[in-house]
Design a protein around this ligand. Structure first.
Ligand code: PMP
Length: 402
């Protein structure tokens, strides 16, 4: 028998993706000034970055990065537990704990790694992890790594969560949910989930990658905005590469949780620490996130302006008060064609297709930022009006309301 070839299988998968128009395109950005990107010499007004507060290019943050690199060099040179843990990391961790109202916080190099580390530390084979079907991929991958049993519930369906937890009263359990869903932009039913977790003696973990900076006092996130404390949500994870404008992630919670992660989370232990200069830049960014209430106010006004205009145009928008405002189209080919039509008009909007979203739920994922102006939003609305046929608008809108 001849062993089949791995690369033949790759070629087949590639051909299949191409046929279904599901291949993704990797393009290099020449320049990024917040709301505008330059790609292959062409200037594009972008509605696809997660730089929700427009901080990624802020001169004070850039200066903090440069100054700290002068003082500390570029690389952290090792993992945290070897000699990579710099006082800039330690100071940032204290500030992140203070911001989110938690006892302590721990930095990870990415949000993906933070989620892997948390679930692998908290859950063992035989435990139960209950997750929303629309959770971020990293939470799903994390539970596979942990060996725990995974039960996924229909999006935001609290009654289904209750049934799943009640069916396994004997098991140690963790409920994990995005705070703000990354592809739909809606907020999880946080208070209901927290109440249920208390009744069911289940720990609650919220991934607030898209909520921090945007919601709550000083931008402390969707969990804080819902009035929930460390007692209600003992495991809080958030990323720094979105509203905060830099890179990395953190987990915040009790001293016991942070000590356990420091000792056991493999994605923390066996990886190089973030550059200290990045931690210093993030400290400056965090000060701006907390102090500049006007950025959040501006963002929320732009979100309202976009939604008002898009609904007037009959565009199919789900209920979302966050910076993520998807236009639900369904077919992958249609989403791609619309993204291309918008790009021809100088606008960059990403078409999101399977496997990132479920089959037949392809969409344009529009993200707004405080770096945009009202005129930018109006330009986007004009372009959507010109590019999206009216048949799609009424048909899809009624589908959403069903
Ligand atoms: N969680 C959610 C909800 C996310 O949207 C993302 C990033 N897209 C991550 C985790 C991973 O974060 P990072 O990009 O820092 O790895």
């Amino acid at each position: 028998m001849i062993r089949p070839d791995l690369f033949d299988r790759l070629a087949l998968a590639h051909a299949e993706r191409e046929r279904a128009q599901l291949s993704r395109r990797l393009r290099s950005v020449d320049q990024n000034d917040g709301s505008h990107l330059q790609i292959a010499g062409k200037q594009l007004l972008a509605f696809c970055s997660n730089d929700y507060l427009g901080l990624a290019n802020h001169p004070q943050i850039v200066a903090a990065l440069k100054n700290a690199a002068d003082a500390n060099g570029v690389g952290s040179t090792a993992a945290h537990l070897i000699c990579g843990h710099n006082r800039e990391h330690a100071a940032l961790e204290e500030e992140l704990a203070d911001w989110t109202g938690r006892e302590r916080a721990l930095l990870f190099s990415t949000g993906y790694m933070a989620n892997l580390g948390v679930l692998q530390t908290l859950l063992h084979a035989g435990d139960l992890c209950v997750q929303d079907k629309l959770n971020h991929a990293s939470l799903l991958d994390a539970v596979r790594l942990s060996g725990a049993e995974l039960k996924r519930y229909p999006h935001s369906d609290v009654a289904a969560v209750q049934r799943q937890l009640e069916s396994r009263p004997d098991k140690l359990a963790l409920l994990a949910s995005d705070g703000v869903f990354s592809m739909d932009g809606d907020i999880a039913p946080l208070v209901h989930l927290a109440t249920l977790c208390k009744k069911q003696q289940t720990s609650l973990m919220i991934d607030d990658a898209h909520g921090v900076g945007i919601f709550g006092k000083q931008g402390a996130g969707s969990v804080a905005a819902a009035g929930l404390s460390q007692h209600d949500v003992p495991v809080l994870m958030a990323t720094l590469g979105k509203a905060v404008g830099t890179c990395g992630a953190f987990v915040a919670g009790s001293a016991a949780l942070i000590d356990a992660l420091t000792q056991s989370a493999r994605s923390y232990i066996y990886t190089t620490a973030l550059p200290p200069a990045l931690a210093a830049a993030t400290r400056t960014a965090l000060r701006l996130v907390r102090a500049d209430e006007w950025r959040r106010e501006k963002l929320h006004k732009l979100i309202e302006r976009f939604r008002r205009g898009a609904l007037q145009l009959g565009l199919p928008l789900p209920d979302s008060t966050s910076a993520i405002q998807p236009i639900l189209l369904g077919a992958a080919a249609e989403s791609l064609a619309l993204a291309q039509a918008l790009e021809a008009r100088g606008l960059l909007v990403t078409a999101i297709r399977p496997p990132t979203v479920r089959a037949a739920t392809s969409r344009l994922r529009i993200t707004l930022s405080a770096a945009h102006t009202e005129a930018d939003v109006d330009r986007l609305l004009d372009a959507l009006d010109a590019c999206i046929p009216s048949a799609i608008r009424t048909a899809r809108r009624s589908a959403i309301h069903q």
